[in-house]
Design a protein around this ligand. Structure first.
Ligand SMILES: Cc1cc2nc3c(=O)[nH]c(=O)nc-3n(C[C@H](O)[C@H](O)[C@H](O)COP(=O)(O)OP(=O)(O)OC[C@H]3O[C@@H](n4cnc5c(N)ncnc54)[C@H](O)[C@@H]3O)c2cc1C
Length: 339
């Protein structure tokens, strides 16, 4: 009897697959991998609190934040992450992300220096991925060029806007994109032409596993006073509709043919609060940090918002907000499961 049990146990042990064990992340090797880069092209910040890198003002520390000031630094970081089996994530102004309270066990890239510059070429602008979107908008209006003036007031960088295909009042940033230079997940840099770049309502392939380092926008001439008036109107409408407290803009995407905000308001979500996270009294699709909010509070509020809309209207709302997990990946699954 004993012998029989031993044989079965031995067979089971042998049957456990040994191939492809999960590679172990090697954080210690990261600095060595990046040592050949000139100091001015990259700064590494360890245990950097991410609350200060997001518009919600929420989030624990990143294992490492890499401030990349040129494309070579981005390539080196992504290549090093690959070699050391480390996850990475790129952040702009953090205008559309929720970072976990425990922080990110990932290399967080932010773009600066050469990657935050702006150059005019007649009716075109070449912008770094880390350039604040507001600077592109202002320069375009001053140059009497139309195409981005309605995006005035959207917090973010050019790279983040392209990843999200940010838009407002009839304009979307992909509409005026000519090309983008990117660094792919394997560390290779290349130029993607507009026709290669798929995207739609609040998404684009530029936000999927790659980093936009530079992009060119093709704009059209328009009277400056017309553009200035459109920019003012966009900002005024935004100010009237959105809360003043810290937020990450719309939490949910609009379902086809409807408005998430309308459904959420009818489902009684305005004022819903968990800890310091509250659904804005001004806009039912915006969760604000009303003071000391934690990511867990925001997740709980979002889950309840989704649950109420589903219960009342049978509509499954999808997240626009990128709710990040500890390794920087975007939380998958229905929003109702976030709590
Ligand atoms: C008050 C308020 C109002 C808003 N109004 C609008 C609005 O009207 N319309 C709208 O579309 N959005 C709006 N937003 C949402 C947000 O501002 C946009 O989604 C913006 O484009 C985010 O840019 P970001 O640089 O902050 O990106 P982040 O929030 O930092 O990142 C967003 C996503 O883009 C990725 N990403 C960032 N940089 C890069 C890069 N260089 N290359 C590749 N991927 C990158 C990130 O990994 C992440 O997945 C609003 C937000 C707030 C707080």
């Amino acid at each position: 009897m004993d012998l029989c049990v031993q044989v079965v146990a031995a067979t089971r042990t042998a049957a456990i697959p040994q191939a492809n064990p999960m590679p172990t992340p090697d954080w210690d090797a990261l600095t060595g991998q990046l040592a050949t880069l000139p100091g001015e092209s990259l700064t590494l910040l360890r245990r950097e609190p991410l609350a200060r890198w997001t518009t919600l003002g929420i989030g624990g520390p990143a294992r490492v934040v890499a401030r990349c000031r040129c494309r070579d630094a981005v390539v080196a970081c992504v290549t090093a992450c690959r070699a050391c089996h480390l996850p990475w994530v790129v952040l702009g102004k953090g205008g559309n992300v929720l970072v976990p309270d425990e922080g990110l066990d990932a290399l967080v890239l932010v773009l600066d220096g050469e990657l935050a510059t702006l150059e005019r070429r007649e009716h075109r602008f070449v912008a770094g991925g880390g350039l604040p979107l507001a600077k592109l908008v202002r320069a375009a209006v001053e140059a009497s060029l139309t195409g981005v003036e309605c995006l005035g007031g959207i917090p973010g960088t050019v790279g983040g806007a392209l990843a999200m295909n940010a838009g407002a009042f009839g304009q979307e940033i992909l509409d005026v994109l000519a090309w983008a230079e990117v660094v792919d997940g394997d560390g290779s840099a290349r130029r993607m032409e507009r026709w290669e770049i798929e995207g739609g309502y609040r998404w684009s392939v530029l936000g999927k596993g790659r980093i936009v380092t530079t992009a060119e926008f093709a704009l059209r001439p328009e009277r400056r006073d017309v553009l200035a008036a459109r920019l003012r109107e966009a900002r005024d409408r935004r100010r009237a509709a959105l809360p003043v407290e810290p937020s990450a803009g719309s939490v949910f995407r609009n379902p086809p043919g409807d408005w998430a905000g309308r459904l959420l308001e009818l489902a009684g979500c305005k004022g819903l609060r968990v800890g310091g996270a509250e659904v804005s009294a001004r806009h039912a699709n915006v969760v604000v940090n009303a003071g000391g909010a934690r990511a867990a509070d925001v997740r709980a509020v979002i889950a309840e918002m989704a649950r109420r809309v589903e219960e009342r209207f049978g509509v499954h709302l999808e997240l626009e907000l990128k709710v990040l997990e500890r390794d920087g990946s975007v939380a998958a699954g229905p929003p109702g499961d976030l709590a």
